[in-house]
Each structure stands twice: as C-alpha cells, then as structure tokens.
Design a protein around this ligand. Structure first.
Ligand code: UT7
Length: 332
C-alpha cells in the first residue's frame, strides 16, 4: 500500500442476534444427533434463530444502528452501504437497499456483495478502496444471515452447524499507518459443488437430490480446503503488510468449526488466548461470523489502539479472504 493514499480503518462496530436460542439439546429432539457429537466435532453449543417474519435486513439494521452509534456517525453521513449476505431479503433488490431505507441513510449508495462466508472481509477491502482514494468518508459494511430459513431441518449434516445474526463496521479515514495494511482475496470456482444454497438457475441442479433453497455441503471437502486456505491467505496478507506471524496480536477467524480455528491459529503459532472465538454461542453465521466476533471483542474492550488484528475467512465459491489491520479506534 502506498503512503500517498488515505489510510482506511474501523471507526465503530456493532452486532445483533435474534432472541430465540436453539440449543444442541433442542436439536437432539429434531434429528438423530447429540450434544456430545456437535460439541466435539464443531465447538457449537447453541445458536440464535430469527423469527419467521423477520428478514435479514432487520437484523442488519439492528447491528448497523449499534455500529453507527459506536462510530459517532449519523445515518445521513454514510456514503455507501455494502451488505455481505447469502440469505438476503430478496434476489432483487439488494438487502443493502432495504437497510438503507430503514436507516434513513439517504445519501448512501447501496449494494450487496456475494462471497459467502468471506463476504465481510471482501466488503471491508472494497470499502477501504473508496476511502483510500478519498471518494467516500463513511462506508458501512454489514455481514448478515438468516441461514435458519435456508436449512433442511431434517439434514443433520447441515442443520446443526448454522445460526442467524448480523455484525457491522463503519470504515473511514484513520491516522497514517493504521487501518487495513494488507489483504488477500481469492476464489477457486472449481469448488462450487462443495458448498452453497440450491437455488437460482444453476444452483437448483448443482447437487443431485438436494432439497431446493437449502444449504448443500460436502463437509469433509470444505474442511480440508478451509484448513489449507486459512493458513495460506493469512501468510499472503501478512507478507503484503510487511509483517510476520509473530506481529499478530489478535486473530478474528470465520467461526465455522473450532477445529478449523485451532488449525489456523497453529499455522500462525498464535496461542488461543489471542484468537476471538464465539462459535459456541452462535454457531456458523456465514458472512456475519467475522463482524459479529469483531464487534463482540471490540465491545468487550479487548483491542488496544495499535494492536495488529487479522480477519480471515473462507466459504462457498470456494472463496477465501484475509486482511491485516492496525487497530485505529481509541479505547474510550
Ligand atoms: O462456512 C463454511 C461452511 N462449512 C464448513 O466449514 C464445514 C466444514 N466441515 C466441517 O466442519 C466438518 O466436516 C463437519 C462438522 C461438517 C463434520 O465433521 P467430521 O468430523 O468431518 O465428520 P464426518 O463428516 O467425517 O462424519 C462423521 C460421522 C458420519 O457418520 P458415518 O458415515 O461415519 O457413520 C456422519 O454421518 O458423523 C455423522 N454425522 C453426525 N452424527 C451426529 C454427521 N452429522 C452428524 C450430526 N450428529 N449432526
């Protein structure tokens, strides 16, 4: 990154989960599974589930309001809203447009970004480009999911893994040398059949016998990919930021499986105390996992100004993404 551009970083964060909690014990009554299996294989104890009539944009709105307050930003000051989701309100218009309306962010452009669980990190790097060039000063990035509406609740391979929620961050100009210092984005489109939602022209027929509009997943294949991709993307991002694993203070990984998180930490030789882990309470909330973990940790005051924070994720596509930030927000 050149020093002639404006540095872009997080000014505020917020997250929101619906009230209803579904525990592993509840799931035991729905499919042939056990709390023991789920905890041992994934690290998940419970997840939050949205009410039937509450769409993604409502959860996103709640997270956005909290992030804007944290960033001392009024809705009308927002220049752009990017919503990362795979379970948006409609195929068209964008969920970002629904959020814009509800927020009253009348001066904001709005679009969705589809990169599955990597979506929040993809969106953060897009936000940073607009800020670095001086085009925009406030970009609201939201990751949101209502996966519960896209699950086959009879399929124990998938229904135990996911949850609903939203996380948001406001990006803006920060002091020189702070904010996003390096990133890595990627995709291997040969893996589209490994993970996704069976809808849309091609998606409907991608996996034989798959229930329509429901998540399909080859868990073992995604697991192998994830372990490889997480390590590799973080190394590339660190290199681009001119850093080494030992410089990292915090890792905020995608919360898909505790074993994937542990392997990612191991690859950076990071002790687990430096890894933000909340999968136990929320499960995998695809595009919302990283911003929810970021906002929860920030809200608990875990990051100090100047800390090196790494965001890293992977997901359907198959995609991967990571970025390195020097935390710019002053602890209040
Ligand atoms: O955001 C990205 C989305 N997805 C992921 O990141 C998923 C990545 N993959 C994973 O996290 C893991 O592969 C899983 C958690 C999905 C599965 O764990 P695993 O240790 O790889 O288990 P497995 O697929 O090897 O399955 C072991 C056994 C199978 O039984 P058999 O064939 O050995 O008799 C499954 O049928 O566990 C069975 N099984 C279950 N048993 C109880 C699968 N799901 C369940 C379940 N409860 N919910």
């Amino acid at each position: 990154m050149t020093s002639t551009t404006i540095d872009a970083g997080v000014l505020g964060t917020g997250f929101y989960v619906p009230e209803r909690i579904l525990t592993n014990f509840d799931l035991e009554k729905m499919v042939d599974t056990s709390d023991e299996w789920i905890v041992e294989r994934t690290g998940i104890h419970e997840r939050h589930i949205s009410a039937k009539d509450v769409p993604a944009s409502e959860l996103a709105y709640q997270a956005a309001v909290r992030a804007l307050a944290d960033a001392h930003t009024k809705p009308e000051e927002v220049d752009l809203i990017i919503c990362a989701t795979l379970t948006g309100d409609a195929v068209c218009p964008s969920t970002a447009s629904f959020i814009q309306d509800k927020l009253g962010a009348v001066n904001a452009a709005a679009f969705d970004l589809a990169a599955a669980c990597s979506g929040f990190v993809y969106s953060s790097t897009v936000a940073a480009q607009f800020i670095k060039t001086g085009t925009y000063r406030r970009v609201l990035v939201i990751g949101v999911e209502v996966l519960s509406k896209f699950l086959d609740w009879e399929d124990r391979n998938t229904c135990v893994l996911f949850g609903d929620g939203a996380g948001a961050a406001v990006y803006g100009p920060v002091e020189k040398g702070f904010g996003i210092l390096g990133f890595d984005l990627g995709s291997d489109g040969s893996g589209t059949g490994a993970l996704g939602i069976a809808s849309g022209d091609r998606g409907r027929a991608l996996v034989e016998g798959q229930k329509q509009n429901c998540v399909y997943m080859n868990g073992a294949e995604v697991f192998k990919f994830a372990v490889r991709a997480m390590g590799a993307t973080m190394k590339r991002s660190l290199e681009r930021a001119g850093m080494e694993p030992k410089d990292v203070d915090w890792l905020v990984p995608h919360q898909a499986n505790i074993r994937i998180i542990q392997s990612a930490a191991k690859r950076l030789a990071l002790p687990l105390e430096k890894v933000i882990i909340n999968i136990g309470k929320y499960g995998n909330v695809p595009a919302a996992s990283i911003p929810m973990a970021l906002a929860e940790a920030a809200g608990e005051g875990r990051f100090r100004k100047g800390d090196i924070v790494v965001l890293a994720g992977f997901g359907a596509g198959l995609t991967w993404a990571s970025c390195i930030m020097r935390w710019a927000k002053e602890d209040l």
